[in-house]
Design a protein around this ligand. Structure first.
Ligand code: C2E
Ligand code: MG
Ligand code: MG
Ligand code: MG
Length: 280
């Protein structure tokens, strides 16, 4: 009896596994087709400098224009693209398109592009980045590559060499989602990041818990002491903006200023100071 129940459960489990594998394969095929058909697009979210009161950069965020599901966010397909290696051609497209788009902005506006560990690891990554800049006619000083600490977790020596090479070429490297990994501090010693982007999870509790403000001040102070620029992600409210400003923050990003928007909508954003900074 017990045995047959076990067998039954195993069958159900096996069936579920097969379904999941099928769904993965279907998604993988869809992603390949989407790339071939030009169904991906980039949206841009401003990076706002509080000192100068203006937009100093734009972060490219990938979206998939799906015929039935509408605009699909990267969280649902980037992990599979990374596992299957599709992130390499997809990421290459992102870099090329983003550089072309950035060429249409004023020269003081930098471009931030997210890069996966799987891209960095790939031979020819650095050459691809330089070729994208060259083709678009923008200087390496305008590009910031954002990566999470996983790039330093795996394949450390090669990744470090690539990062140093990119940096020597004048490209800046930012650590994204700072504070969410288990050893973020250690990685700051291993590689000289140009900027740390403090994860938005640290912002959420700012208007509620006193220790959240203390942690924020500590993280910002860490950047200041190390001579690394800092940016706080995920600012949604004026109260949060005032709290991080009081904690010493100079650069921010978040829905309060703008959600990610298509290229055509970036020009209006860039032509005037962010309204969220106007005197209330
Ligand atoms: P990320 O680089 O940390 O990007 C920030 C994410 O937070 C974006 O989600 C953005 O839309 C969202 N966000 C911005 N401001 C706010 C806010 O005030 N509140 C809240 N709740 N969220 C905010 P998105 O666009 O869904 O991207 C998710 C992640 O996908 C990115 O996190 C990045 O890790 C990855 N990603 C996006 N585009 C690319 C890409 O072209 N290549 C690679 N490799 N990864 C990408
Ligand atoms: Mg990012
Ligand atoms: Mg982030
Ligand atoms: Mg993230």
């Amino acid at each position: 009896h017990v045995k047959s129940a076990g067998r039954g459960a195993a069958c159900v489990f096996q069936a579920a596994m097969n379904e999941a594998a099928k769904a993965r394969h279907a998604l993988e095929r869809e992603l390949r087709e989407a790339l071939a058909q030009g169904a991906f697009e980039l949206h841009y979210q401003p990076l706002v400098d509080l000192g100068g009161g203006r937009i100093t950069g734009m972060e490219a965020l990938l979206r998939w224009r799906h015929p039935e599901r509408g605009l699909v966010s990267p969280g649902t397909f980037i992990p599979l693209a990374e596992e299957t290696g599709l992130i390499v051609p997809l990421g290459r497209w992102v870099l090329e398109q983003a550089c072309r788009d950035a060429a249409t902005w004023p020269a003081h506006v930098s471009l931030a592009v997210n890069v996966s560990a799987a891209q960095l690891r790939h031979r020819g990554f650095a050459e691809g980045v330089l070729a994208a800049l060259e083709a678009a006619g923008i200087g390496p000083g305008r590009l910031e590559l954002e990566m999470t600490e996983t790039v330093l977790l795996e394949d450390t020596e090669t990744n470090l060499e690539t990062l140093h090479g990119l940096r020597r070429a004048g490209i800046r490297i930012s650590m994204d989602d700072f504070g969410t990994g288990y050893s973020s501090l250690g990685y700051l010693r291993r590689f000289p990041f140009d900027k740390i982007k403090i994860d938005r999870s640290f912002v959420r509790d700012l208007d509620r818990a006193a220790e959240a403000g203390m942690i924020m001040r500590t993280l910002l102070g860490l950047g200041a002491n190390l001579g690394i620029a800092t940016l706080v992600e995920g600012i949604e409210t004026r109260a949060q903006l005032e709290a991080v400003r009081a904690a010493g923050c100079r650069q921010v990003q978040g829905y309060l200023f703008s959600p990610p928007r298509p290229l055509t909508e970036t020009y209006a954003m860039l032509s005037e100071p962010p309204t969220a900074l106007a005197a209330a």
